[in-house]
Design a protein around this ligand. Structure first.
Ligand SMILES: [Mg+2]
Length: 373
């Protein structure tokens, strides 16, 4: 039987409304823009993937529009006619013709895995070597910007058993105001919840020295990316003196970044993001570097919808240890879905389907309604 080849690869920009404005240090999200990848193969099998980023160009080097343009003009044409089931060969070709572009590559690698899983009747987690758990604990981001409102939201999440890990986005306000906000929320929630912060690189080292000290002394469990990814010396010094563990997020833009951070001792926790490494298989290479270096792991998100979230989840359920759990809550931030069955969140966990591929089907009617024309 001749093996299936890749016939076409389409990228679709989708604009979806969010439940509330989502305040990050660099950007306030009013909606989320997804880039959905559809890969069609000669055996009639279709794979889906997602290449989503946050806030246009506010977060990183790739925007939804640049992701789509680069896929349409460069990446998709390079894949046509290649064997659909040979993911190594396809991704090596993309790495050869395109530097970086990890968001675009992640969506494509996800779509190749989804198609191959459907072809073989296996979930993507099994293509990645096999899952060691069926569900993942999921943190929630409190990002209203208002202390009382954030506390009320956290208490509601605890009561309905959806989240007991809360991440606060800080850095945009004066340091003392941010610290007061975080400490008040931790005091209100007490031992019922883990409270963490993400500074998104907004502090300089002098602010971070005080910020990390105060947060660590007040029971904050984890401090994500306090200073710029460019300031490697500062990251190393903070990692040595902060009473709370430091997690690298923006500092990792590739598997090679992960190696160099580990070699320098610049963080004790890594945020794993498929979009920043180039796909579910690529992110596991970063996880292996971390494991070898004794660095703890956290399953991160670019606030993807259902497709990107489950592509991440299928990789994360294969990991030996996920000490800091995950933040795969992207679908919960959206008020509309473009898949027929939304991912299942129950008892603080995201439950990862055991059906072939990613375990999702696009809802054509809804996709047509929300796609950008
Ligand atoms: Mg982050």
């Amino acid at each position: 039987m001749p093996s299936a080849v890749i016939e076409s690869l389409e990228s679709i920009i989708v604009d979806l409304p969010t439940i509330r404005p989502h305040k990050l240090a660099m950007h306030t999200m009013q909606n989320q823009t997804l880039v959905i990848i559809r890969l069609r193969c000669s055996d009639g099998i279709e794979g889906i993937g997602e290449s989503t980023t946050i806030g246009g160009l506010a977060y990183g080097n790739e925007s939804p529009e640049s992701i789509k343009q680069n896929i349409d003009s460069h990446l998709a044409p390079a894949l046509i006619g290649l064997e659909a089931g040979n993911i190594n060969a396809a991704m090596q070709k993309l790495d050869k013709i395109a530097k970086g572009n990890t968001f675009a590559k992640s969506g494509i690698e996800s779509a190749l895995l989804d198609a191959q899983g459907k072809r073989l009747g296996l979930p993507v987690s099994e293509l990645l070597g096999g899952r060691v758990r069926d569900s993942l604990e999921v943190a929630w981001t409190l990002a209203s910007g208002d202390t009382a409102r954030d506390i009320a939201e956290a208490e509601h999440m605890l009561e309905i058993r959806r989240h007991r890990i809360f991440k606060l986005k800080i850095g945009a306000n004066p340091l003392e105001q941010d610290l007061k906000h975080v400490v008040a929320i931790k005091k209100a929630l007490g031992d019922h919840a883990s409270v963490r912060v993400d500074v998104n690189q907004y502090w300089d080292e002098s602010q971070a020295i005080r910020g990390c000290q105060v947060l660590g002394e007040n029971g904050i469990d984890l401090i994500e990316q306090p200073i710029s990814r460019i300031n490697r010396g500062g990251q190393i010094r903070l990692n040595q003196r902060s009473p709370a563990p430091i997690m690298a997020d923006e500092s990792i833009e590739s598997v090679e970044d992960a190696f160099s951070l580990a070699a320098d001792g610049a963080a004790s926790v890594f945020a794993l993001k498929i979009a920043k490494n180039g796909g579910p298989r690529a992110v596991l290479r970063t996880a292996q570097i971390a494991e070898a270096a004794g660095i703890a792991l956290y399953g991160g998100t670019m606030l993807e919808g259902a497709v990107g979230t489950l592509a991440s989840a299928h990789a994360f359920v294969t990991l030996n240890r996920l000490t800091w759990h995950t933040e795969l809550f992207g679908p919960l931030l959206l008020t509309e879905e473009i898949v027929t069955e939304a991912p299942v969140y129950r008892d603080f966990q995201l439950h990862v389907p055991r059906t072939p591929g990613l375990g999702l089907t696009l809802d054509e009617e809804r996709l047509a309604r929300f796609r950008r024309h």
